[in-house]
Design a protein around this ligand. Structure first.
Ligand SMILES: NC(=O)N[C@@H](CC(=O)O)C(=O)O
Ligand SMILES: [Zn+2]
Ligand SMILES: [Zn+2]
Length: 359
């Protein structure tokens, strides 16, 4: 007989270093999914209008905490880690004020036009944002990067690799001490860059980019719930991401990029980009790590590497997963009449989150 497979897996309570909670009814509908699994989450600022000021970030934080309190969870200790949305006009003073609050932990770069709600994003990073970048470097505040060029001449599958050459390398040459997180990494090129680059750099990796390659978008027909940005890539890239996430490099950590969009806007002639994974995030990651034979590496990826990079303490509680079938619901309420389709709806996973413990 082979070694017996583990039936439970207890980890230091994990954090989600890349999350979209939205606002209003959607926030109320989704926040409990994250708070059940994760102790903390870096909350993305791409609302409409975007979260560009400290004041907006503090108000948004209150709305998140209210939504957690109203969700009726046994444990309401979930902590949102706020971010600001970088624009061409973000001032160093605004960044100093944000940093001084102690609750705004990072600033997000969306190249204008690159993804959902990025219209107010940056048009020319090194041309327009030098004072802001200098302030971030000085404050030790991470710049979180949606790393895709928006040049329509560049093939959509190459936008991350081209971003490394055109933006990432020049940025980090000019600001070598700037802490940078390459968000939702999707390519072998990105993995090699983050693994080997000098200076403070790290990357988040989603569960869907670990589990699927681009065939998933087209399997048996066009499947909009597998469409996200950066788009799923070839199998060689997925394998590189698995190697990175399960390696002993502390530069790779968990960021779900769970991105709720209403079903009718996903199943649409011009469907929105984003996969909803907050409901079953740790189950999806455990599935990916187990398939790679590296469940032993999940805790570093999910619970240790992120706080180390951000300079935050490791959580003290735990989260336990059990080997129990979990059938992913076909649809979830999203507030009002809207519904939400979680990634891999209707499929069954072999892991299930049991209960968090904050002891
Ligand atoms: N990942 C996505 O496909 N969508 C995200 C935006 C983002 O993270 O780029 C969203 O806000 O919907
Ligand atoms: Zn993004
Ligand atoms: Zn995102």
């Amino acid at each position: 007989m082979s070694d017996s497979v583990p039936q439970t897996l207890t980890l230091i309570r994990p954090d989600d270093w890349h999350l979209h909670l939205r606002d209003g009814d959607t926030l109320g509908a989704v926040v409990a999914d994250t708070a059940r699994q994760f102790q903390r989450a870096i909350v993305m600022p791409n609302l409409r209008p975007p979260v560009t000021t400290t004041e907006q970030a503090l108000e948004y934080r209150e709305r998140i905490l209210d939504a957690v309190a109203q969700a009726g969870l046994p444990d309401t200790s979930f902590t949102p880690l706020m971010t600001l949305y970088l624009t061409d006009n973000t001032s160093p003073d605004e960044l100093r004020m944000a940093h001084g609050t102690g609750v705004v932990h990072a600033v997000k770069l969306y190249p204008a036009g690159a993804t959902t709600n990025s219209d107010a994003g940056v048009t020319d990073l090194l041309g327009r944002c030098r004072p802001a970048l200098e302030a971030l470097q000085e404050l030790g505040m991470p710049l979180l990067v949606h790393g895709e060029v928006t040049d329509p001449q560049v093939d959509i599958f190459d936008r991350e690799a081209v971003f490394i050459d055109r933006v990432m390398i020049p940025l980090r040459k000019d600001f070598p001490e700037l802490k940078v997180v390459f968000e939702h990494l999707t390519t072998r090129d990105g993995v090699q860059y983050v693994r080997d680059a000098e200076g403070p750099i790290a990357a988040t990796i989603t569960a869907h980019h670990l589990l699927y390659n681009r065939n998933a978008i087209f399997q048996g027909g066009l499947r909009p719930h597998w469409y996200c940005l950066p788009v799923l890539k070839r199998e060689i890239h997925r394998q590189a991401l698995i190697e990175a996430a399960t390696s002993d490099s502390p530069r790779f950590f968990l960021g779900t990029d769970s991105a709720p969009h209403a079903r009718d806007l996903k199943e649409h002639a011009c469907g929105c980009a984003g996969c909803y994974t907050a409901l079953h995030a740790m189950e999806l990651y455990a599935t990916a790590f187990e398939r790679a034979g590296r469940l032993d590496r999940l805790e570093a990826f999910a619970s240790l590497n992120g706080p180390a990079f951000y300079g935050l303490p490791t959580n003290t509680g735990t989260l336990t997963l059990e080997r129990q079938p979990l059938t992913i619901p076909e649809s979830l309420p999203m507030g009002g009449d809207a519904t939400l389709v979680p990634l891999a709806a209707g499929e069954t996973l072999q892991w299930r989150v049991a209960a968090p413990s904050n002891v």
